[in-house]
Design a protein around this ligand. Sequence first.
Ligand code: AMP
Ligand code: ZN
Ligand code: FE
Ligand code: FE
Length: 291
Amino acid sequence: MIDLHTHTDRSDGSTAPEDLVRQAMAEGLQALGIADHDTLAGYEAALPFAADCGLELICAVELSTRPSEVREPGKRERSVHVLGYWLTEPPTAEFRCWLETQQSSRRRRNADLILKLQQLGVSIRIEEAEVYGRNQVGRPHIARVLCDKGYVSTIQQAFDVYLADDAQAAVERDEPTLEEGIRLIQESGGMSSLAHPVRLPQRGSELVRLVERLADAGLQGIEVFHSEHSAADCAEYAELARRFDLIPTGGSDFHGENKPGIRLGQGINGNACLPYGFLEQMRELCTVKRL
Ligand code: AMP
Ligand code: ZN
Ligand code: FE
Ligand code: FE
């Protein structure tokens, strides 16, 4: 079995890279893809531990992108996640440098977000969120602080009231456009995959049009299996993959305690269980597409 979509505490998961490797072995996984948000730090930290126990580690990343080319002033769009997988060669130095710029843009966003929260009367400091997000503070970490301090009673409520893209403390971050994200991954030697399409606002024929547009822009894959996908969703996305010649990808989107209920290598009630052959097929299709 394999899991190709997981997060460590180097982004917004709660599990240290070393512990994630251990947990993957305990679940009997043969391959593990670490796809932290905008960073390879978790993957890199896990490498020596995976080598020690013979676990195949897949280099991946999950980029936040903005769906429209043109920004409408005052309108905050929901980010679209794009996965990058480096199955045949490691990412280029240029891509790693570009990821660094994303870290800086996150830090600026976090400072603005904290300021906005303070203006709304919330007593919070960035250092408090850094306790949860040691390498990179993300909104889920800020949400945890809001919970701890009693401003909200659940993480979801923290998003609904303060942190969601259309909530009162929302701050726009400098994100690449979807097309740029796809291009950056491709130019760095990776394959791109549209993450958890179920979270997109587009449905039915609108989703078909979006996927067509992205396939034209060089998108190579689509996440067919994910813990938030029902059987019907998986069937719909598998059909999109076939129609637009996209490589099916999948994984649980494990975040440890930050998203309880998602089991590593399994998803929710086993909906993200994938055999090793699935990865072999991804690799094969990648090679074919490059010819
Ligand atoms: P960040 O990368 O810091 O912008 O945070 C993005 C993460 O916050 C996503 O990966 C989700 O896990 C979470 N998130 C974003 N929007 C929402 C929302 N409306 N409700 C719940 N979680 C959200
Ligand atoms: Zn995440
Ligand atoms: Fe995601
Ligand atoms: Fe994810």
